[in-house]
Design a binder for this molecule. Structure first.
Ligand code: SF4
Length: 446
């Protein structure tokens, strides 16, 4: 029996698809790429935007073209929020909610015999406690960077967000399980582990440890890995975490702090848990302690009631801060959110224009940040050889994409950055003499 998986959305979803693939293999399935004929096709959905919902319909149709007799199973956040709508899509045999996702292989059998689509979905994930289900994921099957899910769900109530409905309450990996997972990944050859969560800053082990305790634990482990944090809410980016990262090079100086809006009024209406002064203070503190740190921000344009004045506040706030890159999203109305009931929707044309303006600002910021790295010494995790750029590519600790003339996949190399071509940094390995290889491998990151 063959199974294919198609994944939408965030790293968390990818990590969970990866675990699902492993479970299917344990049940005797061969995993084939999506697009090849399969007996089972699992579609792991996202629901952050309206587009993600629409894409799900398209993927079901594509799956049926390749595998007309396959059992099509739809899971993930869109499945959790709209199970009835999905069950009506022609060809879907089973809809599995987020709370049931980890036992999908046990539910699967019934999908082969059913006449009617089956819905396995807990109605309201915000009620009652959910189990934490660990998951890991690596990109492109390469053994360089792995994503380790430490936390799931969210207890916040941002007015635009469906995630608390789709993923339920915050829960975290047991503290003493963390070294087991990390050691296993390190033994498998991974050199970078990205810690992920839906609201990672809210990590709280059943025994009370928080995110800073996790970092303290990780740097004491005997591994050759470096560690990277995924997105952390600004109110959870405590100064002690910034100081700790400044003092420990094995935790990458890369901070992703969702901003969403730079207007005090809009932040309040979004029900974010920080004021823009706090955001600015955190960014400035990071840069004071770690001048080469990379700081990324998410921004949402076109939230209901966002006037030209509010947008200008956001634009000039971001312009004034040493932010290294932006992820800009356009607001879309989502069922089950409070914002969908708000007055004064922003016309779609205006939303799109604002998104385009902020994306241009983000590109300028990123180019400026890359420029600042020219002439500095960085450490690159070499990922793969790229025919497009005729060199080895990888990321520095401060999240710049670099191309190298010579390297070995999966190694951490000390490099000197020489130039920037508008999209990539060009670097060479640090070598004592010109006739030596143009790189040195770092056996251990201190
Ligand atoms: S912090 Fe806000 S935006 Fe992020 S997952 Fe929770 S509710 Fe959604």
């Amino acid at each position: 029996m063959k199974a294919a998986i198609y994944t939408f959305g965030c790293k968390q979803n990818y990590a969970e698809s990866s675990s699902l693939a492993r479970q299917l293999e344990e049940e005797g399935y061969t995993i084939v790429p999506f697009g090849e004929k399969a007996d089972v096709v699992v579609i792991n959905t996202c629901t952050v935007t309206e587009t993600a919902d629409r894409e799900c319909h398209k993927i079901v149709r594509r799956a049926l073209r390749h595998s007309p007799d396959a059992a099509i199973i739809v899971t993930g956040c869109y499945a959790q929020l709209q199970p009835d709508e999905i069950a009506q899509i022609e060809g879907v045999r089973m809809v599995v909610g987020n709370a049931e996702k980890h036992r999908l292989t046990q539910l699967l059998e019934r999908a082969f015999t059913t006449e009617q689509p089956i819905i396995e979905c807990n109605d309201d994930l915000r009620v009652g406690q959910l189990e934490f289900v660990p998951a890991v994921y690596s990109e492109h099957d390469s053994r360089t960077r792995a994503f380790l899910k430490l936390q799931d769900g969210c207890d916040y109530a941002c007015a635009f967000c469906t995630i608390p409905h789709a993923r339920g309450k915050s829960r975290s990996m047991a503290f003493d399980e963390i070294p087991v997972h990390v050691q296993r990944l390190a033994n498998a050859g991974y050199r970078e582990i990205v810690l992920t969560g839906i609201n990672l800053g809210e990590y709280c082990a059943p025994t009370g440890q928080r995110l800073l305790d996790v970092l303290r634990l990780l740097v004491l482990l005997d591994t050759d890995c470096r560690f990277r944090l995924s997105s952390i809410e600004p109110n959870r980016m405590h100064p002690d975490i910034i100081s700790f990262i400044a003092d420990h090079p094995s935790v990458c100086p890369h901070f992703h702090l969702p901003l969403q809006s730079g207007s005090p009024e809009i932040l309040r209406r979004m029900r974010r848990r920080y004021k823009r002064q706090l955001y600015a203070e955190r960014v400035r503190m990071i840069k004071e302690r770690i001048p080469h740190a990379c700081i990324g921000a998410d921004v949402l344009t076109g939230f209901p009631g966002e006037s030209d004045h509010h947008f200008d506040e956001t634009y000039s706030f971001i312009e004034s801060l040493p932010i290294s890159y932006l992820h800009v999203f356009t607001y879309s109305e989502r069922e089950r959110t409070d914002a969908v009931l708000y007055n004064s929707p922003v016309p779609f044309r205006v939303r799109k224009e604002r998104t385009a303006r902020l994306r241009r600002l983000g590109e300028m910021k990123q180019r400026s940040f890359y420029h600042q790295n020219i002439g500095t010494q960085r450490t690159v995790l070499v990922e793969t050889y790229s025919m497009d750029v005729h060199g080895w590519v990888g990321y520095t600790e401060n999240y710049c994409r670099v191309v190298l003339p010579a390297a070995t996949e999966g190694t951490l190399l000390d490099v000197v950055v020489e130039s920037f071509d508008g999209s990539l940094l060009h670097a060479r390995g640090v070598a004592a003499h010109d006739d030596q290889p143009h790189y040195v491998a770092l056996p251990v990151v201190a």
